[in-house]
Design a protein around this ligand. Sequence first.
Ligand code: MLT
Length: 320
Amino acid sequence: MLRALALLIAAAATAAIAQDYPVKPVVIVVPAAAGGPTDTLARQLAVAMGGALKQQLLIDNSGGAGGTIGINKAAKARPDGYTLLLYHIGMATAPALYRKLPYDTLNDFEYIGQIADVPMMLIAKKTLPPGSFAEFLSYAKANRDKLAYANAGLGSASYLCGLLFMSTIQAEFTTVPYKGTGPAMNDLVGGQVDFMCDQTTNTVPQIKSGNVKAYGVTTAVRLRSLPGVPTLDEQGLKGFNLVVWNGLYAPKGTPKAALDKLVAALQVAVQDATFRTRLADLAAEPVPVAKATPESLRTLLRSEIDKWTPIIRKAGVYAD
Ligand code: MLT
């Protein structure tokens, strides 16, 4: 009798919590430094989802170790609906790169949904002599021991693009790792490093203001917002195609009622006109609603782990 009463009270309490969720700001852990592409996407999403949830979403930048520090922080957070994780393709590369990951990528998280796809661009400091990609290729091969490539650490999107680019042109360069491409971009604009492959949410403003040079985009077709920048594919790197997908997660055990509200808010956000316009200005594309679902993200993450693991294994790189 007492047990039944206790269960009843607990159920009522859970229902009340579910009904009022969220009653305080929700934190999104971003495993990359402030000011970079993932931070930019997270801040746009926080506005759009905050409107739908009628609550503030705050960003916690926890960069480093190719994103695994922030991912682990979110995995270990209290599963109460008030801590989320926003991360990209790096979720799929870490299992191959880190032999001792402190979390289980596929089983330590609840899935909320995909958010947006972000193309990447090969860019360089504005003082680098080559004026075109063709000139850059011969210059880079002739100066491979002098050029410094910036990235956000092993497993990051900028690392993966560099890995693909270097293996495609058969040339290695010194790489300079940062906690994110936000700080890397500052050094590129300042001329401390020479080139980088980074997401358009970070490159477009710098290209438009003439702070960096653009040699090409990593998509199969040119970007509507940057029609003048050719693809790497059309410039001879046949089949070069890399777009950064992004997903939203919560710690395993987060109440279903909270997850349902988060999925609904994400679906409102990806259709939100302001969110869509802001991303379009940065050449990024919110996903269709059908992809802003737990199933779609779970399926994508699994297939991406299967895709990147052999590529990384072939490169024979380990982060630990
Ligand atoms: C960032 O926000 O800094 C990027 O996502 C880093 C990267 O993965 O290249």
